[in-house]
Design a protein around this ligand. Structure first.
Ligand code: WQD
Length: 351
């Protein structure tokens, strides 16, 4: 049974990927310092899969601690590297925090990959590497424009660091460019737990609907789009998680044709903010309390993916619809409010 090290395994995408890997026969370990996550989410992973997950609570910016994980686990066959800060707004306010954290941790992990000759490395990249694209849908060949935030810049630099690393290493790498992750595991046992006021659209919708925040704002309704609000490509978190398992399988089966392969992960459907709100109201039966407000600095008008490469090469086909994303996100929000089983106590303070 292949052992996969998932860095950031206690995060939103990381925890859902642990579940998918286990359900597909992999042994998994996590490395997550829980600075932006709650280790209790692994209780939820155990409830779903029956497997207890070992998490190394270390800062990947500490090379010695990172190295010790590899020394203790000499049978790691692949790495999925999620661990990074990802709040776009915060990165604009504090770029050096993002460069130091996201890049030093990546370099430390890659140094261990090199030292321990780990054959496979999957990197959590982002559609933010495209900046504000001239043409949509974007393909993996769409030229990168300047990133709109330090966060996006760390993903662009991360990809370049991996490309340079792979030039001389024996490790086969995959870069996965996520569009907008949304929704939660259908069991409502694990899901997204934004710290503080939610920046992302779907948790802002569900927290408004459940009354955790009084009202939400639509950031801009005067864009040149079909209803004036921004267009994004929302992808269900479980579809996204499964793409990581398929990436590891793809590498294990020797299907990669170069040292680094890149895949867009979206549905290929562009959805406006107002359409997303309408889909939520339809599946939840809740009339959402929102106001049309000013544009948010840094937002691109529209971006959505051409995902033919992931479908053709990885055999990845998203299964969940926009309505499924909204319904699973809503079920999770309701469970967060009414049930502390998974967490033992209330989830980390949201304010
Ligand atoms: C989506 C739309 C907002 C909140 C995210 C991640 C980024 C990357 C891509 C992974 C925008 C609008 C939002 C609200 C709103 N993912 N909105 N009211 O900015 O596309 O980027 O996905 O790497 O890391 O941040 O996502 O959910 O913040 O915004 O109107 O209260 O919803 O203006 O148009 P974004 P988002």
């Amino acid at each position: 049974m292949s052992k996969i090290l998932v860095t950031g395994g206690c995060g939103f995408i990381g925890s859902h990927t642990l579940v998918d890997l286990i359900e597909n026969g992999y042994e998994v370990i996590s490395a997550d310092n829980n600075s932006r996550s709650n280790a209790a989410i692994l209780d939820g992973v155990e409830m779903i899969t029956g497997k207890k997950i070992k998490n190394y609570k270390i800062d990947l910016c500490n090379f010695d601690d990172t190295y010790a994980v590899f020394q203790e686990n000499d049978d790691i066959s692949g790495i999925i590297h999620f661990a990074a800060y990802k709040a776009v707004g915060e990165s604009v306010e504090n770029p050096l925090l993002y460069f130091q954290n996201n890049l030093e941790s990546l370099v430390n992990v890659l140094k261990c990959v090199q030292e321990f000759k780990i054959p496979y490395f999957v990197f959590s990249s982002s559609c933010t590497v495209y900046g504000s694209p001239d043409q949509i849908p974007v393909t993996e060949q769409t030229p990168m424009k300047p990133a709109e935030s330090a966060y996006g810049f760390t993903k662009q630099m991360g990809e370049q660091i991996i490309n340079e690393f792979a030039r001389t290493a024996d490790t086969k790498c995959i870069l996965l460019r996520y569009f907008n992750p949304a929704g939660s595991h259908p069991s409502a046992i694990i899901g997204e737990m934004p710290l503080g006021k939610p920046q992302n659209l779907v948790p802002a919708i569900t927290q408004t609907a459940i009354g955790r925040i009084p009202k939400m704002h639509v950031h801009g309704t005067d864009y040149p789009t079909r209803d004036g609000s921004c267009v994004r490509d929302y992808i269900h978190i479980c579809d996204l998680a499964h793409a990581h398992t398929l990436s590891i399988k793809f590498l294990e089966e020797g299907k990669s044709q170069s040292k680094v392969e890149v895949f867009n992960l979206g549905t290929g459907d562009g959805v406006t903010v107002l359409e997303a709100i309408e889909a939520f109201e339809k599946v939840s039966g809740v009339k959402l309390n929102y106001e049309k407000g000013p544009r948010r600095p840094g937002d691109v008008v529209a971006i959505y993916a051409n995902c033919d490469m992931a479908k053709d090469r990885l055999g990845w086909v998203p299964k969940f619809s926009l309505e499924d994303m909204m319904l699973t996100a809503w079920k999770w929000e309701q469970r967060l409010k009414h049930d502390v089983t998974v967490f033992g106590s209330q989830p980390p303070s949201l304010n």
